[in-house]
Design a protein around this ligand. Structure first.
Ligand code: PLP
Length: 348
């Protein structure tokens, strides 16, 4: 791997007390190009602008996918990446669906760890701050013809981020627009899935909600995800979440939460969750928690669920709630205060 270092780090100038999410990038990035049917040598180089042709394939046809993961400063000063290998596997799953060539484990894992090692100082010793990692791939050929790109770029950017504000999340159950459908690309972390979700999200935000709860494309009877997070409910002491399918993104946070819940002896049900069941459970006082799960906010408790013309309040659970406990348990594993019994941390 080729490494070109910057001469002077921009890190000392960063105001960690006021970090906008995803706008500040660390000193270096990993860059690797796919040409003539194979990946070239990965290059870690200074973060900076790239020049592209207006005929850049991805601008027209959207062969673009990404990942989102985080590195944390541990209590003993080391830096660890959470479940890095799972993001590698998922990137290739998305790549397959979007007709993008597979990237090797060597390029991804070695590229990622070397990059983080180099920009380690960007992760300060403060548990509320982490280094968001954004691997992505896109078609980089320069032609406008509706067939797959012949060239691709695999790049990793990193960005220090503060505690994601997840405050009071008011969600609305969507019955018109869909994020995904059977046979579609919902399970891939494809850029276009996000592009397509902004308009419906904006519509419900105008009504005062923070996020959409997506329902199934056939009858809008089943709960799918919440915005760009997986969703779970505690109903009658059972942790309920929709099963993985072609329509649902297999979240690594989701999997981590379910693993811990099972370990704690909580009954977990990965089975279809009907909208009607959720509304009924709220009305009968059986639904005690509802929350979103994803890398950015980790756990985002939901306080209100809007459905048609009504708002249903979810009682606040405070520190006794499962969501709060599992969130702090995950923070413990990431910091090394709690033993990493599942082997989730990659130390760089
Ligand atoms: C990324 C993403 C998630 C969360 O996945 P994590 O691996 O937990 O970050 C959930 N849903 C969608 C649609 C996503 O794009």
């Amino acid at each position: 791997m080729k490494i070109t270092k910057i001469s002077k780090s921009r890190q000392p100038d960063v105001d960690y007390a006021d970090l906008p999410f995803g706008k500040i990038f660390s000193d270096h990035m990993l860059w690797c190009e796919y040409k003539n049917g194979k990946w070239g040598e990965p290059h870690i180089k200074p973060y900076g602008k790239i020049e592209v042709s207006p005929a850049l394939h991805t601008l027209h046809y959207g062969q673009a996918i990404f990942e989102g993961q985080k590195a944390y400063r541990m209590a003993d000063g080391r830096v660890g990446v959470f479940r890095a290998h799972d993001n590698f596997l998922r990137l290739n799953k998305s790549a397959e669906r979007m007709c993008i060539p597979q990237v090797s484990e060597e390029i991804f894992m070695k590229g990622l760890t070397e990059l983080i090692k180099l920009d380690k100082d960007w992760v300060p010793k403060d548990e509320s701050i982490s280094l968001y990692i954004r691997p992505f791939m896109y078609g980089s050929s320069e032609f406008i013809a509706a067939r797959p790109s012949e060239e691709y770029v695999f790049c990793i950017l990193t960005s220090p981020v503060g505690a994601y504000y997840s405050g009071d999340v008011k969600v609305y159950i969507e019955e018109r627009f869909v994020r995904s459908a059977d046979g579609g690309v919902g399970y891939a972390k494809a850029a276009g899935n996000y592009g397509g979700s902004f308009y419906p999200a904006k519509k419900i935000q105008e009504k005062g909600y923070t996020q959409i709860i997506w329902t199934d494309h056939r009858n809008h009877e089943l709960i799918e995800e919440s915005g760009t997070m997986n969703i779970a409910f505690m109903i009658d002491g059972v942790l309920r979440t929709p099963p993985l399918s072609e329509r649902i993104l297999a979240g690594i946070t989701r999997d981590s939460v379910l693993t811990i819940a099972r370990d704690w002896g909580i009954e977990v049900q990965e089975a279809p969750v009907r909208v009607s069941e959720v509304i009924e459970a709220i009305e009968k006082g059986k639904l005690t928690e509802a929350f979103g799960m994803g890398t950015a906010a980790v756990i985002s408790p939901i306080s209100v669920i809007g459905f048609r013309e009504r708002d249903y309040a979810i009682p606040a659970q405070g520190s006794d709630g499962f969501a709060v406990k599992v969130k702090s348990h995950l923070a413990g594993i990431r910091s090394g205060r709690i033993a990493d019994k599942y082997g989730w941390m990659t130390i760089v």
